[in-house]
Structures are given as C-alpha cells and as structure tokens.
Design a protein around this ligand. Sequence first.
Ligand code: TXE
Length: 499
Amino acid sequence: MTVAHDIVDLHPEVSSFLARKEYSSFVNGEYLAAQTNELISVHDPYSEEPIATIAEAGEPVVDIAAQAAVRAIKEWKKVLPNQKEKALFDYATLIEAHAEELAQLLVLEHGKLFSDAKKEVSAAVNCFRYYAGWSTKIEGSTLDVSLSGGDHFAYTKREPVGVVAAIAPWNVPIMMYAWKIAPALACGCAVIFKPSEFTPLTALRLAELSTSISHFPKGLINVVTGSGIKTGQAMIHHPSVAKVTFTGSSDTGRIIGQNAAKRLKSFTLELGGKNPVLVLDDADYTKVPGGICKGIFYNQGQVCVSGSRLFLPKAKFDNTLADMAGIASSMKLGSGFGPDTKLGPVVSEDHFKKVMQYIEEGKNDNIELVTGGHKGEGKGYFVEPTIFANTENKKVSVETEEIFGPVITAMPYDDFDDLLRKANDTIYGLSASIWTSNLHKAHRLIDQIKAGIIYVNSPVRSDPNLPLGGFKQSGIGKELGRSAIDAYTEAKSVCLHYS
Ligand code: TXE
C-alpha cells in the first residue's frame, strides 16, 4: 500500500494512523477485533492505489455497538446539560487542533482539494460548537387544555429519541460526521455511525479523538465499518436502534426508508438533487459565470446541493456559456495537495465510470458539448469539467438525472413562466440558486420553486443554523438548525390533575 502524493509531507499523525493499514470498527471506545474475514479496500482516488482495508462489521459488531450505545445513553443522561455543552465544545476544539492532520487524511481517502478539506474540517468544528449550545436549550412548552373535572397543568418535554443509526455518504465525510453526531449528542442520544466504505478513515480517526473528551461515556460514538447491504442493513434492523438518519442516493434512501418503516422506526432521508440555477436577464453577469462554475465544480460536483441545471435568458446564453467554458477549461486537474490544483479526482473507479457514462450519453443524445467531456490525462479518477448546451430542451439523461460529477447542462428560456416551468420540471427538489438584481422577481421565484433550500446571488452553501433537506424525491425531514433537535428528540405530553 502506498501513498503517492510525493508533493506533500504527511503529518506524523497521518503517517502513524495510516501505518495501521487494517481497520475494524471503533466501538465502545476501542477498535474491535474483526468478526469476519470480509475486508474492503479503501483507495486513494488520485493514485488509484489501496491505502487501507476495513473489516465488514456485519450483524455481530452492530449488535456490540448497539449494546454499548444503550449503556452510553444511560451514562450521558447523568451528565448535566451544561457539562454536555462543554464536552461538545471541547470536542470541537480538539477537532480544530487536529485540522491539518484530518484534512490530509480526507484528501487521501476522497481526493478533494486540501484547501476544501480544511474548510470542511472548519465546518464540522462550527457544527459541533453550534450544537454544544443547544445542549442547554432543549425545551418543551406549557399548554392550556379544556379538560373537565378540575384544574390541569399540561406541558411537553423533549426526550432523546434513543440510539441513532447514522448512514453517511462519501462526498463530505467529515461534515456528515458532524451533521449527524453533533445534534444527536446534544439531544442526549448515542450514535452508531457508518461512514461510506469509500471514505471510512476520517470518521475512525474522529472517533479515536472523541475518547479523550471527559464526560463522553464509552459507546456514545461508535463507528462501524463496512458495506451498506450488510452493515448498514444490520443497523436499521437492530431492535435497539430507534432512529435512522441517512444521506445518499434516492434509490438507497427508498430502501432504507422502507426497512425503517417496516420496523416503525423514525427516519430522516437527505437524498439526491438535480438543482436548478435560474439566471434572470437583470443579474450581474460579471459574477454569474464564476458563481455558477463554483456551484457545480466545487468538490468535483460531488455535492448534493450543486447547481447542475442552468437556465439562461436566450439573449445571454452564448456569451455566458463562453465565459463559463473559459473558466472550466483553465481549471488544473491534479492532486488535492497541488498548490495550483482546481479540480481533484472523483471519489472512486465506480463513480468515475458512472460520471463518464452520463457524459457519453449526453454526447450520443446529440446535445452540444461546450467544453470538457473527457477523462483527465494519466492516472487518477479525473473527469474534465464539462458543460453541455441543451438548446432544444430535449429530455436527456444529463439534464434529468443526478450525475454527481463536474457536469452542468444549460438550457435557454423564453420568459418568466417558461423559466419557472422548466426549473420545476424534475423529480427532485433539494436546492435552487437564483441570480437577479430584482428583489420582486426573486421573491416570486422563491415562492414558486419547489426546493428545500434556495440561495439568491450565490451558489448554495450550508450553515449549522439553516435547516437543509429536500422536497419531492430529494428526501424526508431536515438536518441542521432547530430541525435536527426536533429530529433527535420526541415530545412527551404530560398532564397533572391537581384539584
Ligand atoms: O450512494 P449510496 P453511493 C448519489 C450520487 C451517487 C449515488 C451513488 O448520485 O452517484 O448516490 O453513490 C450506504 N442499506 N449520492 O453508491 O448507495 C452506503 O454504504 C443501508 C448523493 O455511494 O446512497 C453508504 O454508507 N445502507 C448524495 C451510504 O449508504 C446502504 C451523497 C450512501 O450510499 C445501502 C452521495 C443499503 N441497502 C451519493 N446501500 C447526497 N445526497 O449527498 C448503500 N448504503
């Protein structure tokens, strides 16, 4: 197993972490001996070389993790809210102190740019800090009731939902760890977290770090390694798991939702998107091309909220695409550690094949390829930043399906109603971005676009206080903000008869 980014001096803690080479699940505060012989290779998408193996956790390990989580919830309940707050805050500070190391590990397992990896660690730190504050602010309400027979005092209190099974994707592994674990812990839950089999290393390292936080009981954070079909399913089916939270594809989300519903467990699904970018003729066209490129090519397009369907007024179509093509074709592909790199590889060979397959379909569907459309040169799962122009409004896969790569399809529109109809013509409803200088038109679009999160004059981003989740086939439930507090607690109604 090799680490091929010879342009970087690896942090000593990364080198010693990677020296282990074989990883199992981190449960109840320690690495468990693997219970099966099934191993999964983890590859560096830049070198295509294996850098580690993980053991399939499967049912036996999930069962040990669930028992540890049940015990941890009892211990965590004894920790006062302000002690929970401090513990989560301390964890954030510890992660921040290890930012350089975690960002390097993230580049190696995922391929993203080191600068973006550092931003991702920062976002995770902010998320833990944000939810640290919520630990002391969980509240119910008092309620007037109309019951006969004397006086009554009625109120609700919010209680932790219990053991949470969190199943995460590979696109933002550290951020997903924070988005799912921070609010769950603030609410008094314990978590069994399954990172994607493609990017399991950062979650394991984060779990290792959590053991030094005083007040975190053993088993509060458990990271189980393995595939979705074996380990992920074992998590959903385990009787001690009360809640399932999943981020990933709509197809997998459907399976997970069905299985959770069969066992009457609550679930949150954050799924795919094919997000519209709506540019009006009064937008600031000095900012539009750069903003749109950032919105689709960031993280190689592997972001659920990335804007992948672009709608431009006819009069601005050719010039804007020419400007965007100029930006895209000058992006340097390379190692995430390269100082000039603007686009890293996509995460895996399978994903590379999927993205290239869509590009070939776009070419075969006879829509115009404006720029890109090829594999990057040499080794590594590189895809050129690609722009298609679908001027005849054909129903083609690059325009209708989530590619999750650096590929955008542009379409011209005639007028406001045509724009609205085209933008909403999708099974998804995750995000949208609107570019205009007209506040009135912006609000009309905000009211009528079916999407869970909308940004105006900016690519879509995330903030811990801003709930995120999809309409239509983009999901059920919300993450972040107060919404996550509601998701990881349930209201208990109490009524005292006192006369
Ligand atoms: O996702 P999956 P994959 C989309 C994107 C991408 C496609 C496939 O279009 O090309 O999904 O990526 C676990 N029971 N998104 O295959 O299958 C799996 O182990 C239980 C959108 O990686 O959804 C991993 O931990 N768990 C997206 C997680 O689910 C199962 C982010 C995600 O895997 C399972 C990533 C099963 N039957 C990809 N099957 C977003 N919305 O942000 C898989 N898993």
